[in-house]
Design a protein around this ligand. Sequence first.
Ligand SMILES: Cc1cc2nc3c(=O)[nH]c(=O)nc-3n(C[C@H](O)[C@H](O)[C@H](O)COP(=O)(O)OP(=O)(O)OC[C@H]3O[C@@H](n4cnc5c(N)ncnc54)[C@H](O)[C@@H]3O)c2cc1C
Length: 448
Amino acid sequence: MKSVLMASGAVAFASRFAIKSAHALENVSVIVVGAGIAGLGAANLLRKHGATVTVLEAKDHTGGRLLTDWSMGAPFEVGAGWIHGPSSDNPTKQLADAVNARYAVTDDENAVFFDINGYEYDEDEVERIVDAWEGVLEHIDGTYEVNDPRSLLQAIKDYRPAYLDDPGIMWAFSAFTEFSKGGAIEKLSAPLFNWDEAFDGADVVVTSGYDEILNPLKEGLDIKLSHVVSAIDYSADEGVVITTDQGTFEADYCICSVPLGVLKANNIQFTPELPGSYRDSIENLGFGSVTKLALKFEEPFWDIETQYFGITTEPKGRWNYWLSYRTFSDENILLGLSVGDYALTADRMTDAEMVEDALDVLRTVWEDDVTEPIDVLATHWATDPFTLGAYAFPRPGNRKSDFDDLGEPISDRLILAGEHTIFDYAGTTHGAFMTGLRAAEYIIDEEG
Ligand SMILES: Cc1cc2nc3c(=O)[nH]c(=O)nc-3n(C[C@H](O)[C@H](O)[C@H](O)COP(=O)(O)OP(=O)(O)OC[C@H]3O[C@@H](n4cnc5c(N)ncnc54)[C@H](O)[C@@H]3O)c2cc1C
C-alpha cells in the first residue's frame, strides 16, 4: 500500500508542473470542503485540469492547521511549525522552495535539560535518558508484531517497569514522542506509532512564514470563506449536494478534507451515512492535542545561544519543551509546548491561566529572573470547533489501513482527504498535501 501511495503522491506532485490537458475536466465540477493544505492542493490540481472548483471553508481565513501569526514580529506558527525531513523530494519543501521561503535548521543537540527541581542534567544523565528512550523504541521495533495490541506505556512497563518511575526517562517519552505523535503514551499503539515513513534531512522552521507556501495553490481558486458545511448528500447516482449556513451547493464530486476531529464529532451529516468501515476508523483513530504558547519578553533571561530547553514537569506533558526564538530571530520569544493528555487540559485554560501555569514551570529553572511577558499568543486546538484536536495518531488495535482506507473514494462521488487519511505521513503538512493530490487524481482518472 505504501509504495502505491508514495508513487501516487510523487506523480501527482510532478503533474502540478506538467498538466497533461488543461481541458480534461472542462465539464466537471468539484466542491472541496476545507481550505487547509490538503483541500487547497486538491483544488489547485483539479483547476489546472480544467475543472470548475469551489472551495468551502468554515473559517474566515484559509490554511487550517497551517497558519502564521506575525503579530509578535517573528512568525508564530499556530499549527505546523517545522518542515519535517526537508529533502528535495518532500512536497512541502518543494512548495516552500517555490515561494523562495527562508529556513533555519533547528538542532536537537543544541539543548539543555532540567530535572523536576530545575537543576540541569549533566551530560551522562542526558545520555542515560536518551539511551533508555531509544532502547525502548529499538526493543519494540525488534520484537513487536504489527498487530500487537499494547500501548506504548504498556510496552515500557513490560520491558523496563522501573522507567515509569524515572522522571527523566518519562520526560523523554513525553517531550519527544507525545509531541511528535500528538497523543499520550497511554493511548499510542506500541508497534505503529514509530512505523511510519519520513523524508530525510534535519527539520527546519520557515523564518519567512510557513503559510506563505499556500499562496500559489490559492491562485485563481473560488474560495468561499465563512461557509460552514453541515451536510453532504451523495445519495444520487450523479452529483453531490452540500448544505452550508450560507446556502446549498451542487457539483459532480466532493472532496471533504475536514479534520478527523470534525468527523469524529459528526458535525457533518452524510447521506447516506459513511460506510461502516469508514465510521469505525474515524471512531477508533486517535486525535489528541498539542498546545503552543509563545511568550515574548522585554529581555532574555535564558542563554540565547541555546535553542531548546527541556524541563521535567509534573504532570507529564506540562510545558516540558521550550524553543528559543533568539536562535533564529531577534525577538525575545520562548515557545512552550504542552503535549500528551496535558495538552487537552491546557487547551481548556484561558490564556491568562495558561501563562501563569507556564511561568510556574519556567520559574523552576530561572526562579526570580523570570519576568512578566509583554506579549502572549496561545493555541487551543482541542476546542477549535473546526479542528477539535491537533493531528491523528494510531491507537492500540488500529491498523495502518485505518488511515489509508479513509482516503479511498466513497461511492465514486465523495472522497475524504486530509492528514488522517495517510498512515505513512499522518500529522504532517506534506502528508496532508499528498492526500489532496491523491483525491484529485482519483477524479482526473475517473474522468480521463
Ligand atoms: C499544534 C500543531 C503542530 C503541528 N506541527 C507540525 C509540524 O511541525 N510539521 C508538520 O508537517 N505538521 C505539523 N502539524 C500537522 C499539520 O499542521 C497538519 O497535518 C496539516 O496542516 C493538516 O492539513 P489538512 O488540510 O489535512 O487539515 P486542515 O489544515 O485542518 O484543513 C481542514 C480545513 O477544514 C475546515 N473545516 C472544518 N470543518 C468545516 C466545515 N464544517 N465546513 C467547512 N470547512 C470546515 C477547517 O477550518 C480547515 O481549514 C501540526 C499541527 C498542529 C495542530
